[in-house]
Design a protein around this ligand. Sequence first.
Ligand SMILES: Cc1ncc(COP(=O)(O)O)c(C=O)c1O
Length: 394
Amino acid sequence: MSAPENYGFDLDGFISRERFEKMREFLRDKETPCLLLDLKAVEKNYDELVRTMPYAKIHYAIKANPHEKLLKMLVDKGCNFDFASVPELDMIMRLGATPDRLSYGHTIKKSEHIAYAYDKGIRLFATDSEDDLKRIAKNAPGSKVFFRLFMECSGADWSLSRKFGAHPDTIFQLIQMSKDLDVVPWGLSFHVGSQQRDIGQWGSAIASCRYLFDSAKELGITLKMINLGGGFPAPYTQPTAPLEMYTKEVTRFLVEDFPDGMPEIITEPGRSLVGNCGILVSQVVLKSKKDTYNPHSWLYIDAGKFGGLYETIDESIKYPIYSEKTGPTGEYIIAGPTCDSMDILYENTKYVLPENLEEGDRLYFLSTGAYVNSCSLESFNGFKPPKVYIYDED
Ligand SMILES: Cc1ncc(COP(=O)(O)O)c(C=O)c1O
């Protein structure tokens, strides 16, 4: 057989055996499915980003993981935040973040939500359309706006293209339009796609920013900020370059394109800050074979697409899965517990796991800190989302 994309994973490269054992002990009597969030791991990621991009203001993308304890820890560490909705805004302000540390980074928003944010003191808004720009001018007069560029997102495991951003000529028109509106054209933003493997994508995006900075100058407007978005990776089954390589290259692109001094730089990490801080624990519900000659077994587990493993859509994000059992292995198709056939996690990608798995055995999905608890349905089909626990030990 040619080397297939088969994953059943050891802990190596994801978490130390010692730390994993402590967490496993903590989780031993917890009902599944459940999710453990390791706050120390988030802190470590945050500190590394500050160390490797000391010039950047970090605006954590709340959507990646809005757990209150995690947010509070980041508030206390001095992090800034990007919010996308009124509930996110209310929560982060309740936890102590002042409006000057917040940006309204969503480009699709109702007038009343803009007005609400303005009333709370928010003065930094993203935009990518004429209507939205006019709404900001009307409902948040005098605010700073940054214009989001359209990105192709090739090279990303989780694309954010099509729905967001506008092409440079449209952005130029919006910048021009803003001269006659009660807003301050402040900067540009982009998102190269989440879990982006190709570092060069930041290079072309920053070059587009340079071009638009120059074009804006011709209109008499000096743009002052670039928001680099998210896109830095978390560790999943397919290895990526280390964070430090990303930040080093991005810094080089910025220095080369802005030799007379960088503008203000914002970065909006989500996945790279919290991805590796989660362990989702699931149990085997049922193992079955659909026909005698098929080498693959189906493994139905008690966590699925509607209960947090939503990014398995199109098998985009391939989580490392650790089994406590050992022995001969087999190839599995893995599916969730609900009555919907959409709820198949991995079918093209076969996971190699012990053959002797049976009802009740635990499977540990590593790197489930991002877009898991934030993407769980409350109770589809009566199945509850994973209960979340916090691990805050050294
Ligand atoms: C505007 C914006 N910024 C930042 C992020 C975080 O991106 P990532 O998780 O790839 O770091 C997202 C993710 O959807 C986003 O939409």
